[in-house]
Each structure stands twice: as C-alpha cells, then as structure tokens.
Design a protein around this ligand. Structure first.
Ligand code: ZN
Length: 151
C-alpha cells in the first residue's frame, strides 16, 4: 500500500519510498550533488520536502520541494569527511578570492589565543542583539569559505 510521507529525517541515507508513495515533507538531503536515491522506485509523487543534492529519477512527478544542488566544503563541515565528503585543499573553490571579514565566536577566539594561532586584523565592537543586549562582535580579516548553490 502506498504511503504518504509528511516528515522524518532521512538525511544522508536511503529514504523508505515505495512505488506509488506521495511525499509531502521531510528531510532527504544528501551529502554530494546528484546523489541517486531510491533508484528502484519508478512512481513517486513529490509535493514537498528537502531534496538537496538528490537526483530526480525519471517517472517521478515533482510539484514542490527543495532540489538545490550544493558542493559542500569540508572546511565548513569537517565532521562530514568520515561520511564521504571529499577533503578540500586549503585554497579550494569555496574560499574567498582574497581575505574577507570573518566573524569569530568567543570560544574560537579563546582557542586561537591559547594555541597562539593567528588572529589577523582582530577587531572588536559592541553590537546590540535582537533582545537589546550588548554583545561583543569579534572579526578577523582572513579567507572565508562559503557554499553556493549550483546553477
Ligand atoms: Zn571547500
């Protein structure tokens, strides 16, 4: 019997779709662009859900959902290297062409100070957050890694 999938997190794994199922929501995002999921499922209706980096199979009827394709950066997601994300070199495609303003949180500033790691152009300013509370915003000038969607 066909199922209606409305929620659930099947990120980085094979979703439990069967022929005739309808997908209205849920997270099915995959690690690498154009990842084929549920190759044996020929008839599927997808009305919503997060299908980032999933490859659309012929015969699937799609009227919604997020089908963004993103080349992930291992500098931003080092925890995904063991799950199969290729390790980026230092000057990978995700790196800004020149040093840019990068915001550092307090633990990162403390960590770098403890390890005598560089904090190029360290600057601190007081900013008021959305609750009206003063916060210290610390920035450095260094290369920044960003992910952008394909297309
Ligand atoms: Zn990268």
């Amino acid at each position: 019997m066909a199922d209606i999938h409305k929620s659930g997190n099947w990120s980085f794994v094979e979703p439990p779709f069967k022929d005739g199922d309808v997908v209205e929501g849920g997270n099915y995002s995959q690690l690498l662009p154009d990842t084929e999921i549920c190759k044996t499922v020929k008839r599927l209706t997808i009305m919503g859900g997060n299908f980032t980096n999933c490859k659309l199979q012929p015969g699937w009827k799609v009227t919604g959902g997020n089908w963004t394709q993103i080349d992930r950066c291992s500098h931003l997601h080092p925890e995904w290297i063991e799950r199969g994300l290729p390790k980026c070199r230092a000057n990978c495609m995700h790196r800004s062409p020149s040093p840019d303003t990068a915001e550092l949180d307090e633990p990162e500033v403390s960590r770098r100070m403890r390890k005598s790691e560089p904090l190029p152009g360290l600057s601190s300013e007081i900013v008021v957050d959305k609750y009206g509370i003063d916060q210290i915003r610390r920035t450095v000038q260094e290369y920044v890694y960003r992910e952008t969607a394909r297309g």
